[in-house]
Design a protein around this ligand. Structure first.
Ligand code: SF4
Length: 317
């Protein structure tokens, strides 16, 4: 698609490797200026899934262990973001594969402990096959799109907007395409397989979140929300309607009101489910005989730096 002029309020680039650089376990994050509380798709999803998980991630900002699947997602996103920085004719599978090693090196520079967190060390025999699996996902991407024929307006785009209620929305869009007639297409890469109904609803929640933010920022309803599932080469597309997005806005306001109520009292209840198996905070969870740290209090006019835990979940499988 032809490039059109960027809209200033949408042109803020995200960090090149958000998956790790914003981890709370890294000292540079501790020095990050505190920001106004905001809601992101991931944190809204956390609160809906388990209010205590939301607290641990967004308020306590507890460090979380990384997984190979998460970091593979971060790498795939980093490579696809960089791929679109190449001249169109050079966006071929070999170029994408060639970007994997430098992206991994950059990630390890940002988070020197990552390789020993995920592997026994640089000599772990599982490292090379794992990096190869990144290349395989990238190959699959080319079955879904020909990046030589696309000219995105933005990649890894920060969208931030305030709703009428005062709720601040904040999130990152993997890619935004704009058609000649100004039609917006929001594209999100998933490194997992196309989802079953529950996961599909979660993915659509995320996409509607971005669509609503763009509606507020640009005054137009995105024509298409497109999810690309690289593990099984499936694409899901969805055309939202304005009425639906306005109803979604009320849903977000209700979630935020519930978060503020819990934030004022500190009553963030655990909601155990099979998702607990993947929760980094099980040892601190009363549902599993743990004891949470003392509630630090709602961060008033300081910040729930939403991107922190987002960074861990920004590219979930
Ligand atoms: S272990 Fe389960 S119930 Fe406890 S905080 Fe994590 S997700 Fe929630």
């Amino acid at each position: 698609m032809p490039r059109v002029a960027a809209v200033p309020e949408l042109s803020v680039a995200s960090p090149s490797l958000p998956g790790v650089s914003q981890d709370v376990s890294h000292p540079e994050v501790a020095a990050t200026p505190r920001r106004r509380p905001a809601l992101s798709p991931s944190r809204a999803g956390d609160f809906k899934q388990c209010p205590l998980l939301y607290r641990f991630r967004a308020i306590d900002r507890l460090p979380e262990r990384h997984t190979r699947a998460q970091i593979r997602g971060t790498l795939v996103h980093a490579v696809l973001e960089q791929l679109y920085g190449l001249p169109a004719a050079e966006r071929v599978p070999a170029a994408a594969r060639a970007l994997v090693a430098p992206a991994w090196a950059a990630l390890c520079d940002e988070a020197p402990d990552l390789v020993t967190e995920l592997f026994t060390g640089p000599g772990d025999p599982e490292l090379a096959p794992w990096l190869e699996s990144v290349g395989v996902l990238l190959e699959t991407y080319f079955e879904l799109e020909d990046p030589r024929r696309l000219e995105p307006e933005a990649r890894e785009l920060l969208v931030e907007t305030e709703l009428g209620s005062g709720l601040l929305l904040r999130g990152y869009v993997d890619r935004l395409d704009v058609g000649t007639g100004g039609q917006l297409r929001v594209v999100d890469y998933k490194t997992g397989a196309s989802p079953r109904p529950v996961a599909e609803a979660r993915a659509l929640f995320q996409m509607k979140f971005y669509a609503l933010a763009l509606l507020h920022l640009r005054g137009v309803v995105p024509a298409q929300l497109r999810l690309l599932y690289l593990a099984d080469s499936e694409a899901l597309t969805y055309a939202p309607e304005e009425q639906e997005l306005r109803a979604f806005e009320r849903t977000l306001d209700a979630i935020w009101a519930a978060i503020l109520t819990a934030g004022a009292s500190g009553d963030f209840r655990p909601n155990p489910s099979r998702m607990c198996e993947w929760c980094s905070h099980k040892a601190l969870c009363p549902a599993w005989d743990g004891t949470p740290p003392e509630y630090p209090g709602w961060p008033a006019d300081a910040a729930v730096t939403d991107e922190t835990a987002d960074a861990l979940a920004v590219h979930p499988d």
